[in-house]
Design a binder for this molecule. Structure first.
Ligand code: PGA
Length: 263
Protein backbone atom coordinates (compact mmCIF):
# COMPACT_ATOMS: atom_id res chain seq x y z
CA UNK A 1 0.00 0.00 0.00
CA UNK A 2 2.66 2.52 -1.00
CA UNK A 3 2.07 5.76 -2.88
CA UNK A 4 4.58 6.65 -5.54
CA UNK A 5 4.22 10.42 -5.16
CA UNK A 6 6.24 12.27 -2.57
CA UNK A 7 3.81 13.77 -0.14
CA UNK A 8 4.09 17.39 1.00
CA UNK A 9 4.43 17.58 4.77
CA UNK A 10 1.64 19.34 6.67
CA UNK A 11 2.45 21.72 9.49
CA UNK A 12 1.80 19.49 12.51
CA UNK A 13 -1.37 20.14 14.49
CA UNK A 14 -1.12 19.21 18.17
CA UNK A 15 -4.39 19.10 20.11
CA UNK A 16 -4.72 18.54 23.83
CA UNK A 17 -8.01 16.85 24.73
CA UNK A 18 -8.65 17.66 28.37
CA UNK A 19 -11.77 15.43 28.41
CA UNK A 20 -13.79 15.97 31.65
CA UNK A 21 -10.84 17.61 33.45
CA UNK A 22 -9.75 19.48 35.54
CA UNK A 23 -12.38 19.30 38.26
CA UNK A 24 -12.66 23.05 38.92
CA UNK A 25 -12.43 26.24 36.87
CA UNK A 26 -9.61 27.41 39.14
CA UNK A 27 -7.54 24.33 38.24
CA UNK A 28 -8.39 24.73 34.54
CA UNK A 29 -7.16 28.33 34.60
CA UNK A 30 -3.98 27.22 36.34
CA UNK A 31 -3.38 24.64 33.63
CA UNK A 32 -3.95 27.24 30.89
CA UNK A 33 -1.49 29.61 32.57
CA UNK A 34 1.07 26.81 33.01
CA UNK A 35 0.75 25.93 29.32
CA UNK A 36 1.26 29.54 28.36
CA UNK A 37 4.47 29.54 30.39
CA UNK A 38 5.83 26.18 29.18
CA UNK A 39 5.00 26.32 25.48
CA UNK A 40 7.62 28.20 23.44
CA UNK A 41 6.24 31.57 22.31
CA UNK A 42 7.20 30.86 18.73
CA UNK A 43 7.24 27.58 16.86
CA UNK A 44 6.34 25.94 13.60
CA UNK A 45 3.46 23.69 14.71
CA UNK A 46 -0.17 24.59 15.37
CA UNK A 47 -1.58 24.05 18.87
CA UNK A 48 -5.09 23.64 20.25
CA UNK A 49 -6.56 22.83 23.61
CA UNK A 50 -9.95 21.11 23.70
CA UNK A 51 -11.42 22.17 27.01
CA UNK A 52 -14.79 21.41 28.66
CA UNK A 53 -17.31 23.80 27.04
CA UNK A 54 -18.20 25.33 30.42
CA UNK A 55 -14.65 26.67 30.77
CA UNK A 56 -14.33 28.28 27.33
CA UNK A 57 -15.44 31.80 28.28
CA UNK A 58 -12.95 31.96 31.15
CA UNK A 59 -10.07 30.33 29.29
CA UNK A 60 -10.43 32.36 26.08
CA UNK A 61 -8.69 35.47 27.49
CA UNK A 62 -5.81 33.30 28.80
CA UNK A 63 -5.03 31.85 25.36
CA UNK A 64 -5.63 35.04 23.40
CA UNK A 65 -2.43 36.20 21.77
CA UNK A 66 -0.72 32.84 22.43
CA UNK A 67 -0.13 29.96 19.99
CA UNK A 68 -3.07 28.07 21.51
CA UNK A 69 -6.36 27.80 19.65
CA UNK A 70 -9.49 27.08 21.63
CA UNK A 71 -11.30 23.83 20.82
CA UNK A 72 -14.23 21.94 22.34
CA UNK A 73 -14.92 18.22 22.60
CA UNK A 74 -18.47 18.13 21.26
CA UNK A 75 -21.05 20.31 19.52
CA UNK A 76 -24.68 20.18 18.46
CA UNK A 77 -25.40 20.24 14.74
CA UNK A 78 -28.48 22.49 14.94
CA UNK A 79 -28.26 26.28 14.98
CA UNK A 80 -30.69 26.85 17.85
CA UNK A 81 -33.98 25.72 19.30
CA UNK A 82 -35.44 22.97 21.43
CA UNK A 83 -32.33 20.93 22.26
CA UNK A 84 -32.20 20.72 26.01
CA UNK A 85 -28.73 20.47 27.46
CA UNK A 86 -26.93 21.16 24.18
CA UNK A 87 -24.58 23.96 23.14
CA UNK A 88 -24.79 25.59 19.69
CA UNK A 89 -21.82 26.37 17.48
CA UNK A 90 -22.71 30.07 17.44
CA UNK A 91 -22.42 30.14 21.26
CA UNK A 92 -19.03 28.45 21.12
CA UNK A 93 -17.78 30.74 18.38
CA UNK A 94 -18.96 33.72 20.39
CA UNK A 95 -16.91 32.41 23.33
CA UNK A 96 -13.75 32.33 21.21
CA UNK A 97 -13.80 28.69 20.07
CA UNK A 98 -12.51 27.99 16.56
CA UNK A 99 -12.28 24.18 16.49
CA UNK A 100 -14.42 21.23 17.51
CA UNK A 101 -13.70 17.56 18.07
CA UNK A 102 -16.50 15.35 16.81
CA UNK A 103 -17.02 11.59 16.96
CA UNK A 104 -14.56 10.86 19.74
CA UNK A 105 -14.81 7.16 20.61
CA UNK A 106 -15.89 8.06 24.13
CA UNK A 107 -18.91 9.83 22.60
CA UNK A 108 -19.54 7.07 20.08
CA UNK A 109 -19.62 4.71 23.08
CA UNK A 110 -22.48 6.87 24.42
CA UNK A 111 -24.46 6.19 21.23
CA UNK A 112 -23.24 8.86 18.79
CA UNK A 113 -23.79 7.45 15.30
CA UNK A 114 -21.75 8.00 12.12
CA UNK A 115 -24.62 10.11 10.73
CA UNK A 116 -24.63 12.35 13.82
CA UNK A 117 -20.84 12.70 13.58
CA UNK A 118 -21.22 13.77 9.95
CA UNK A 119 -23.94 16.32 10.79
CA UNK A 120 -21.74 17.84 13.51
CA UNK A 121 -18.72 17.98 11.19
CA UNK A 122 -20.75 19.58 8.39
CA UNK A 123 -22.25 22.16 10.78
CA UNK A 124 -18.80 23.02 12.17
CA UNK A 125 -17.30 23.47 8.71
CA UNK A 126 -20.28 25.57 7.57
CA UNK A 127 -19.58 27.91 10.50
CA UNK A 128 -16.07 28.44 9.13
CA UNK A 129 -14.54 26.46 12.01
CA UNK A 130 -12.12 23.52 12.04
CA UNK A 131 -13.68 20.06 12.51
CA UNK A 132 -11.53 17.33 14.02
CA UNK A 133 -13.29 14.08 13.21
CA UNK A 134 -12.23 11.01 15.19
CA UNK A 135 -12.30 7.58 13.59
CA UNK A 136 -10.70 4.33 14.65
CA UNK A 137 -11.26 0.64 15.18
CA UNK A 138 -12.30 -0.83 18.50
CA UNK A 139 -9.92 -3.78 18.18
CA UNK A 140 -7.49 -5.27 15.67
CA UNK A 141 -8.02 -8.68 14.10
CA UNK A 142 -5.69 -10.82 11.98
CA UNK A 143 -8.06 -10.68 9.00
CA UNK A 144 -7.76 -6.88 8.78
CA UNK A 145 -11.51 -6.25 9.18
CA UNK A 146 -10.60 -3.16 11.17
CA UNK A 147 -9.79 -1.38 7.92
CA UNK A 148 -13.44 -1.78 6.91
CA UNK A 149 -14.58 -0.37 10.27
CA UNK A 150 -12.41 2.72 9.75
CA UNK A 151 -13.45 3.06 6.09
CA UNK A 152 -17.15 2.97 6.95
CA UNK A 153 -16.79 5.70 9.58
CA UNK A 154 -14.81 7.86 7.18
CA UNK A 155 -17.06 7.44 4.12
CA UNK A 156 -20.14 8.62 6.01
CA UNK A 157 -18.36 11.81 7.09
CA UNK A 158 -16.87 12.61 3.69
CA UNK A 159 -20.06 12.11 1.75
CA UNK A 160 -21.56 15.42 0.79
CA UNK A 161 -18.79 17.67 2.12
CA UNK A 162 -17.99 20.70 0.02
CA UNK A 163 -14.40 20.64 -1.35
CA UNK A 164 -14.02 24.24 -0.19
CA UNK A 165 -14.06 22.98 3.42
CA UNK A 166 -11.39 20.29 3.11
CA UNK A 167 -8.57 22.49 4.40
CA UNK A 168 -10.50 22.85 7.68
CA UNK A 169 -11.28 19.14 7.98
CA UNK A 170 -8.95 17.12 10.18
CA UNK A 171 -9.16 13.36 10.58
CA UNK A 172 -7.89 11.98 13.88
CA UNK A 173 -7.13 8.30 13.65
CA UNK A 174 -7.59 7.02 17.17
CA UNK A 175 -7.66 3.25 17.61
CA UNK A 176 -9.91 2.73 20.61
CA UNK A 177 -7.58 0.10 22.07
CA UNK A 178 -4.80 2.69 22.28
CA UNK A 179 -6.76 5.42 24.07
CA UNK A 180 -5.76 5.84 27.69
CA UNK A 181 -4.16 2.39 27.77
CA UNK A 182 -0.48 3.27 27.48
CA UNK A 183 -0.38 1.03 24.37
CA UNK A 184 0.17 3.23 21.34
CA UNK A 185 -0.03 2.07 17.72
CA UNK A 186 3.39 1.48 16.17
CA UNK A 187 4.72 4.06 13.70
CA UNK A 188 4.28 1.41 10.98
CA UNK A 189 0.62 0.90 11.95
CA UNK A 190 0.06 4.66 11.87
CA UNK A 191 1.69 5.12 8.50
CA UNK A 192 -0.21 2.19 7.01
CA UNK A 193 -3.52 3.53 8.31
CA UNK A 194 -2.72 7.02 7.05
CA UNK A 195 -2.13 5.66 3.56
CA UNK A 196 -5.36 3.69 3.79
CA UNK A 197 -7.32 6.77 4.92
CA UNK A 198 -5.82 8.78 2.05
CA UNK A 199 -6.91 6.06 -0.37
CA UNK A 200 -10.48 6.21 0.98
CA UNK A 201 -10.39 10.02 0.67
CA UNK A 202 -9.20 9.72 -2.95
CA UNK A 203 -11.92 7.16 -3.77
CA UNK A 204 -14.67 9.18 -2.08
CA UNK A 205 -13.97 12.83 -2.82
CA UNK A 206 -10.99 12.84 -5.17
CA UNK A 207 -7.21 12.94 -5.04
CA UNK A 208 -7.00 16.75 -4.63
CA UNK A 209 -8.46 16.50 -1.12
CA UNK A 210 -5.55 14.40 0.15
CA UNK A 211 -3.14 17.33 0.23
CA UNK A 212 -5.66 19.42 2.20
CA UNK A 213 -6.86 17.06 4.90
CA UNK A 214 -4.58 16.47 7.90
CA UNK A 215 -4.51 12.99 9.37
CA UNK A 216 -3.58 12.98 13.04
CA UNK A 217 -2.87 10.10 15.35
CA UNK A 218 -4.26 9.76 18.87
CA UNK A 219 -3.89 7.10 21.54
CA UNK A 220 -1.32 7.12 24.35
CA UNK A 221 0.91 9.73 22.73
CA UNK A 222 3.64 10.98 25.06
CA UNK A 223 7.02 12.71 24.87
CA UNK A 224 8.79 9.36 24.42
CA UNK A 225 6.87 8.17 21.35
CA UNK A 226 5.96 11.51 19.71
CA UNK A 227 9.06 11.79 17.56
CA UNK A 228 8.86 8.35 15.95
CA UNK A 229 5.11 8.72 15.39
CA UNK A 230 5.80 11.90 13.43
CA UNK A 231 8.93 10.78 11.63
CA UNK A 232 8.17 7.17 10.80
CA UNK A 233 4.43 7.18 11.43
CA UNK A 234 4.03 10.27 9.22
CA UNK A 235 1.24 11.56 11.47
CA UNK A 236 0.27 15.16 10.63
CA UNK A 237 0.00 15.80 14.35
CA UNK A 238 -1.63 14.36 17.46
CA UNK A 239 -4.78 14.30 19.52
CA UNK A 240 -3.50 13.90 23.07
CA UNK A 241 -5.50 13.02 26.16
CA UNK A 242 -3.59 12.12 29.35
CA UNK A 243 -0.31 13.82 28.39
CA UNK A 244 -2.09 17.10 27.66
CA UNK A 245 -3.03 17.59 31.32
CA UNK A 246 0.60 18.00 32.31
CA UNK A 247 1.87 21.33 30.97
CA UNK A 248 5.54 20.26 30.94
CA UNK A 249 4.82 16.99 29.09
CA UNK A 250 2.50 18.68 26.58
CA UNK A 251 5.08 21.42 25.95
CA UNK A 252 7.77 18.75 25.39
CA UNK A 253 5.64 17.16 22.68
CA UNK A 254 5.11 20.57 21.07
CA UNK A 255 8.86 21.20 21.03
CA UNK A 256 9.34 17.83 19.26
CA UNK A 257 6.66 18.79 16.71
CA UNK A 258 8.20 22.25 16.20
CA UNK A 259 11.59 20.70 15.44
CA UNK A 260 10.03 18.09 13.17
CA UNK A 261 8.09 20.78 11.28
CA UNK A 262 11.32 22.54 10.41
CA UNK A 263 13.24 19.42 9.37
P1 PGA B 1 -4.86 9.42 25.46
O1 PGA B 1 -6.26 9.93 24.84
O2 PGA B 1 -3.78 10.30 24.88
O3 PGA B 1 -5.03 9.59 26.94
O4 PGA B 1 -4.70 7.99 25.05
C1 PGA B 1 -6.37 10.31 23.49
C2 PGA B 1 -7.79 10.74 23.20
O5 PGA B 1 -8.72 10.17 23.76
O6 PGA B 1 -8.00 11.66 22.39
Amino acid sequence: MKTARKEKKHIPLIIGNWKMNPATLQKALELAVALKKEIPKKGASIISIAVPSLYTISIAPKVKGTRMNLCVQNVHAEEAGAHTGEIALSMLKDAGVSQTIVGHSERRAEGETDAKVRDKAVATLKKGMVAIVCIGERARDKEGDYFTEVENQLRVVLKGLSPSTFARLVIAYEPVWAIGTGKHATPEDVQEMKLFIQKVITDTVGRAAVSKIRILYGGSVNKENAQELLERGKADGFLIGGSSLNATEFASIIKIADTYAQS
